[in-house]
Design a protein around this ligand. Structure first.
Ligand SMILES: [Mn+2]
Length: 435
């Protein structure tokens, strides 16, 4: 299991040239009553180790002569502590599992880490993460400013590891793509079930239970982000989280929910009729959103960009808003003014991976634009939102809100839609809904 992670560590060191990298795993947060809640290892740490025991610290280095070293610090075996917070593998097993040169108990960190910094002029860490270790590291770098030999220097230049890793994480390797596929494989049956079971009289919470239960039951780690079940006008709240309203016949329900598996997220949205059949106006608006999505898909290929996909999608939404009477005037002027913005006020695309909103770097270190290349995985999620209380809108649109979201993988000659198996064409959606 260590090979994909070892390759990432080697690629990271190739990228930085010479220097020392320190990454922390983090730990579960405590709620105010003192209970631990489930946690996700810090993505950068998981990306480089595949290890997720709390409090771990990874130190990687390469000297200017090209000599590399990898060291992992882990919680020591401790029967009493393990009884409360779970099993620990201990240093020796962790060394083998992760494939690092050395592993030590965390109790030795303060004694050993200053020595691992010595001889390196550059330190890479997640600069904006305020942790107790960061304060210590900076303290250690502050000592010995007057080093007399190169072997004695300590880092004097701090680099943001988040930035370096963001560029690597933009293009997924095979292990990552498999993990995202695993998340999709858990997500798809949950959509099948929720569309089949949805009917007037249930509540949004009933549908959330179907989804979140499926995300756990079918081999996932639960929802990758807070499940959104927004019926009727609630769909016009983009990050609706209450999920507590009754489902009414004749309304649509927007579901933005997806599973996490092997610490990777997917990100899916579907909007479907609660009663099983779209009304004519619902179908018209749905068709516009779907066509805008396909206008974006058409530009998904190596050398393309998420910005270009955004623009193409927004242009098609603008055409649709003209056809619906929500906008009027010259198409060119409307595009120029970004007049569709209020109806879809966010970026259509974002990368996904260890985070549901993975870092989205636009430029590499040389200032060149980071274009879509094989391995890039990102969402395309157009929507149209017509709040019920917006009196400026044509009456027949008020209270409608829809979004459709799929996850694309860029391949050598185009793209693969990873979430294409979840019904999206309106007739197929009605069929899944039993309408
Ligand atoms: Mn999304």
């Amino acid at each position: 299991m260590s090979s994909a992670y070892a390759q990432r560590r080697a690629r990271l060191l190739d990228r930085i040239g010479a220097g020392v990298v320190v990454v922390e795993c983090g730990r579960e947060p405590r709620n105010p009553s003192g209970h631990d809640t489930a946690y996700h290892p810090r993505p950068s740490f998981h990306y480089l180790t595949g290890f997720s025991e709390r409090d771990g610290v990874l130190v990687l280095s390469r000297s200017s002569e090209g000599e590399t070293k990898s060291t992992l610090f882990v919680l020591p075996r401790d029967a009493k502590a393990e009884m409360w917070t779970g099993r620990r593998v201990g240093a020796e097993a962790a060394r083998e599992l992760v494939g690092v040169d050395e592993a030590h108990d965390l109790t030795e960190l303060d004694e050993k880490l200053p020595g691992l910094l010595r001889g390196h002029a550059d330190l890479y860490l997640e600069v904006f993460e305020e942790t107790a270790l960061r304060a210590k590291l900076l303290g250690w770098c502050n000592r010995r400013v007057g080093a007399k030999t190169p072997a004695d220097i300590v880092p004097q230049t701090l680099h943001n590891l988040t930035w370096t890793l963001a560029q690597m994480r933009l293009y997924k390797d095979d292990t990552e793509i498999e993990a995202i596929r695993a998340a999709v494989a858990v997500t798809e049956p949950a959509y099948r079930r929720v569309m089949a079971e949805c009917r007037p009289g249930l509540t949004e919470g009933d549908l959330q239970a179907v989804l979140d239960g499926g995300f756990l039951r079918d081999g996932g780690q639960g929802p990758a982000y807070g499940t959104i079940v927004a019926s009727g006008d609630n769909a016009n709240v983009l990050h609706y989280v209450n999920n507590d309203q009754p489902l009414r016949d004749g309304d649509l329900v927007l579901i933005d929910a997806a599973a996490q598996a092997r610490h990777y997220a997917c990100d899916v949205t579907r909007t479907f009729p609660i009663g099983g059949r779209f009304t004519p106006i619902q179908r018209d608006v749905y068709q516009i959103v779907l066509e805008s999505m396909h206008a974006g898909f058409a530009l998904a290929r190596p050398g393309g960009s998420m910005d270009a996909i955004h623009e193409a999608t927004m242009a098609r939404l603008t055409d649709g808003l003209l056809a619906l009477g929500a906008l009027s005037g010259s198409r060119d002027e409307l595009l120029e003014k970004k007049a569709a913005g209020p109806f879809c006020p966010y970026s259509i695309c974002h990368p996904i991976g260890l985070n549901v909103h993975d870092p989205s770097p636009r430029l590499d270190d040389a200032g060149h634009e980071l274009l879509l290349q094989p391995g890039a995985v990102f969402t395309v999620e157009p929507g149209l939102y017509f709040p019920a209380d917006n009196a400026e809108l044509p009456a027949h649109l008020r209270g409608l809100g829809l979004r459709i979201e799929d996850d694309l993988l860029i391949t050598a000659d185009g793209y693969e839609n990873l979430t294409a198996g979840i019904a999206k064409q309106p007739d197929e959606v009605e069929a899944w809904c039993g309408g």
